[in-house]
Design a protein around this ligand. Structure first.
Ligand code: PMV
Length: 315
């Protein structure tokens, strides 16, 4: 094992969360301003020590939510025939945890990259996503794979479960204002609550899933045509369905209303909901600043702005 590092980014789901679990498409983008870095240093003894915001201590006794990453690390060590290799793993993250920004998938992505780099082994995209599914399954129960696909990418992604993610072009104008409610999203609980609703009343809830899929298709057309008002309407449409699925919250609804009043073209929760973050679409930088101020006034604990021009390059 060599000393190594691995990096990844925060992700924002533009549209398609929850429905993506059931085979509908989704669009998500990496936010390069928020980075995560894993630094792996071999030790001479057999101790496996973690230093991160989630967990600090021995790998063997890591609890939820780090237990999923611990399972991933065990599997990586076995894969490299180095189960007894001691190490210090440090994770430096600019991502708020459990806010729908893909913190767990970003951690997995950076850890996998660090391990492959430590053993000077090339890593394909599909192998990376297979590895990330190990911890994402342990943490989220039934992950679509969207988070890992986006935190490991440098361009926005069109994603359908079970298929290779595809980069998708974004307009060069427009911006997303991202605001944190300050409360934890509960990905596992939110995904399970949608599953329970679909099982109990499929005739009532299945059309909402299909409706989100249709809004994602509209968003794709709008992105290709740089039609920001149409994109905003698609975001609003998906928020109505997410609300009806029971995954919004009073704090999210308050921020979404504030964004609309400040001139957003559309606004919705992002990620699993029931807390976490929301996004608002702004037609230009000036409106984005106005929306950001309104969101802070309405109680957002943190606000970030992502200009679409930053997503332009398809790498
Ligand atoms: O809350 P996040 O960022 O982990 O996003 C979850 C997205 C869901 O569609 C709700 C679940 C999934 O696995 O895609």
């Amino acid at each position: 094992m060599n000393q190594s590092t691995g990096t990844s980014y925060a992700k924002i789901i533009l549209i398609g969360e929850h429905a993506v679990v059931y085979g509908q498409p989704a669009i998500a983008l990496p936010v390069r301003a928020l980075q995560l870095k894993a630094t792996l240093t071999p030790r001479r003894d057999r101790q496996r020590l973690i230093e991160s915001t989630f967990y600090r201590g021995h790998l063997e006794v890591a609890q939820f939510p780090f237990a999923g990453i611990a399972a991933l690390i065990d599997a990586l060590q076995a894969f490299f025939g180095a189960s007894t290799q001691g190490f210090d793993l440090r994770i430096d993250s600019q991502l708020p945890p459990e806010r729908g920004m893909g913190s767990s998938a970003a951690t997995a992505t950076a850890v996998i990259r660090a391990w492959y780099a430590a053993y000077e082994t090339p890593l394909s995209r599909s192998a990376l996503l297979d590895w990330a599914a190990v911890s994402e399954r342990a943490i989220h129960g039934n992950p679509s794979g969207l988070d890992a696909a986006t935190t490991s990418a440098t361009a926005p992604q069109w994603f359908v479960r079970g298929q290779a993610p595809q980069p998708i072009a974004f307009p060069t104008s427009g911006a997303l204002v991202i605001a944190d409610t300050g409360t934890m999203g509960q990905t596992k609980a939110a995904v399970a609550s949608v599953a329970a609703k679909l099982k109990a009343a499929p005739a009532q809830y299945q059309p909402l899933i299909t409706g989100i899929g249709a809004a994602v298709a509209t968003a794709r057309t709008a992105l290709a045509a740089s039609d920001l008002p149409r994109l905003g309407a698609a975001l609003d449409e998906s928020q109505r369905a997410l609300h009806a699925l029971g995954v919004s919250s009073a704090a999210l609804d308050r921020l979404i209303t504030a964004a609309h009043s400040a001139g957003a073209l559309g606004a919705k929760l992002t990620g699993s909901g029931q807390g976490g973050c929301m996004i608002a679409l702004a037609q230009d930088a000036r409106t984005a600043r106005r929306i950001a101020t309104a969101l802070t006034t309405a109680g957002a604990t943190a606000v970030w702005t992502h200009q679409f021009a930053e997503s332009e390059a398809l790498v």
